[in-house]
Design a protein. Sequence first.
Length: 81
Amino acid sequence: MNALVKIANVDTSTWFFDPESIQKRGCITLQKSLDDCEGYVVINWRTSLIVEAKDSWMVGLKTIITEQQEAEYDEFIGETA
C-alpha cells in the first residue's frame, strides 16, 4: 500500500480577497487571514489553478473561488474602475 497521498485540491473557501495585492491579469489573490500574511494564493480565474502561493506545495493544485470571494473582487474592481 502506498503511504503517500496525492493532494489535488486546496480548500481556500474561508480565505479572503486581498485588495492590497497587485491583481494579476486573469487571476484573483486571496489571503488566509486579514490580520497578517499567514498565507496567500494567486488563482487563475479560467482554470482554478493556483499559479503562485506563499507555500510552494500549493502551486499547480486546484481550488474553488467562492461567490463571496468573487463578489469582493467585483466590488474592488468597481471601485478602482
